[in-house]
Design a protein around this ligand. Structure first.
Ligand code: SF4
Length: 427
């Protein structure tokens, strides 16, 4: 037994964990294969962020169980960390389970079943990430205490990954032709708080000093922690795309306090104004939760007003998920699912209009566009305003002889709610 495949669910942090595990297993002589049917070991990297994510992970495990036969089924990540023994009790076909950050345990387990004939250098490429971008996890865990969130108890307290490790990984990616590095953590603004005299600004400057043609994208900044010095670095460094993902969760101060978040609506509005003034053309993305316990119709309407006033370029919305083990689980006035669904639909249709309007303003303008995929004579690309996997894309036609990873100048010709159509200018 030596072939393994890996199914990754959940967020970009899991994508990074899976990639690190794959590299470690290859170093041990295991062979990565894409197809389930060729694998001796099937590994599932799970998520438990909200109810939907848990269901998706369990469905994936049950599908693997159905076709398991002689294979070994290994489940790891957030769901198995949270439900450990319970998961194995409920699904006894799971052969081995462990939590987050425990790749050594997985390797030890797999070594027990490996046959001796080792095979190096015949691995299939890991295609969960296309050849143009890579996520780089700059920290693990979270020390904040948002009352709706289970992450700190699953992933542990905040720990910065050492600058040398991050820079080494970034250099490796850039020299292999990767064109976009996406920095992720539960909250990247906390980076360095456990390091002596080195913070996110230092890391960004060091990353930007790597020579090569690449973008850096920043995901998940805690709103109240974005200070002037950080904005200055983002403004000064050309490699950092002017795109910020700042989860705000709600606009109303009473709800924010119940959520255990810092900041107020007034402060959020001020910060947004500063960001737009200091970073011309900046794309602002945020996420909000609807149906948090005790959210009234008035609170919700004010949230809609806030979203209309700010006109976020990108917006993610979650329906509040009541997670056992969180503080908010015990809050009174839980909101019925039907109300959450209605609020979710309302906010999403508002944002669809905003998004369409914003996309229409791009028509007739040209931008550098990174080609992610080629499909026949069509290509899928992204502008600086598109984070992969979460935002829209640019559909390009007539792309004969183009390759993924190329950056081309594109004239935007059509706009839809989320996607754009464009024509390559530099033929
Ligand atoms: S900042 Fe809040 S929502 Fe984000 S991971 Fe930490 S506790 Fe969860």
């Amino acid at each position: 037994m030596k072939n393994f495949t890996i199914i990754t669910l959940g967020c970009a942090k899991n994508t990074v964990d899976s990639r690190h595990l794959i590299d470690a297993l290859k170093n041990e002589g295991f062979k990565y294969v894409e197809e389930f049917k060729k694998a001796d070991f099937v590994l599932i990297n799970t998520c438990c962020f909200i109810e939907d994510a848990k269901e998706e992970s369990i469905e994936e495990i049950l599908t693997a169980v159905k076709f398991k036969n002689e294979r070994k089924l290994i489940v790891f990540g957030c769901l198995s960390k949270r439900y450990g023994d319970e998961l194995i009790r409920e699904i006894p076909e799971i052969d081995f389970s462990c939590g987050v950050d425990e790749k050594e345990k997985i390797i030890e387990y797999m070594k027990l079943y490996r046959v001796q004939e080792l095979s190096y250098g015949q691995n299939e490429p890991y295609t969960a990430e296309p050849p143009t971008y890579r996520y780089i996890k700059i920290a693990e865990g979270c020390s904040r205490r948002c009352t709706f969130c289970i992450i700190p108890s699953v992933r542990g307290p905040f720990r910065s990954i050492s600058p040398s490790e991050i820079l080494k990984e970034a250099e490796k990616f850039v020299s292999s032709g990767i064109k976009e590095l996406i920095l992720v953590a539960q909250d990247i603004t906390q980076y360095g708080k456990d390091l002596k005299g080195y913070n996110l600004k230092d890391l960004l400057k060091d990353l930007c000093s790597i020579s090569g043609d690449f973008w850096i994208r920043l995901l998940y900044l805690y709103p109240s922690q974005i200070d002037e010095a950080l904005i200055e670095v983002i403004a000064d460094e050309e490699k950092i795309v002017k795109y910020l993902d700042i989860p705000m969760q709600h606009s109303e101060d009473r709800i924010l306090r119940l959520m255990g978040r810092t900041g107020t609506k007034k402060e959020y509005l001020k910060k947004i104004k500063i960001l737009r003034e200091s970073l011309p053309g900046v794309i602002l993305r945020s996420t909000f939760i609807v149906g948090f316990p005790s959210e009234t119709e008035e609170d919700f309407q004010r949230l809609i007003d806030f979203i209309e006033e700010v006109q976020f370029d990108r917006l993610g919305v979650f329906k509040y998920s009541r997670e056992a083990g969180t503080k908010a689980y015990n809050l009174k006035m839980q909101i019925p699912e039907t109300v959450k669904n209605r609020r979710y639909d309302e906010i999403m249709s508002k944002q669809a209009l905003i998004s369409l309007e914003k996309n229409r303003t791009l028509v007739g303008k040209s931008y550098p566009c990174l080609i992610d995929y080629i499909d026949g004579d069509m290509a899928i690309g992204r502008l600086y305003c598109h984070a992969p996997e979460i935002d829209g894309v640019v559909i390009l036609e007539d792309t004969l002889n183009r390759k993924p990873g190329e950056r081309v100048e594109v004239l935007i010709s059509e706009a839809y709610e989320y996607d754009l159509k464009g024509v390559i200018l530099n033929k």
